[in-house]
Design a protein. Structure first.
Length: 102
């Protein structure tokens, strides 16, 4: 499992206030099992939110974001993690197996 920093949407989900609610985001630690990752893509919408000042203030303007989709037991989940697409892909695809005698 690999540790990432995730952007969590804490916006109130009341459907009547959907248009007037102010998006609220927080950061937290998430551990992702690389065996269950099925999709990676750039999360460009979060870069725009960062430029608008809607994401937590402790993030730098140069940060980029990646959407990591996992599938476990028929349940798909998408995590928005801090990091460029190439960086996240490299961390997830490290081959941990080594040839002992060959």
């Amino acid at each position: 499992m690999i540790r990432f920093v995730e952007i969590v949407n804490k916006t109130d989900k009341n459907p009547r206030l959907e248009r007037t609610s102010i998006p609220q985001f927080d950061v937290q630690e998430v551990w992702i099992n690389e065996k269950f990752v099925v999709n990676l893509r750039e999360a460009t919408g979060y870069t725009k939110l960062l430029q608008e000042g809607r994401l937590p203030a402790d993030l730098h303007q140069q940060h980029s974001f990646t959407a990591v989709t996992t599938n476990t037991g028929g349940v798909s989940e998408t995590y928005i993690v801090v990091g460029a697409l190439n960086t996240v892909a490299n961390r997830l695809s490290k081959d941990r197996a080594t040839l002992l005698k060959g």
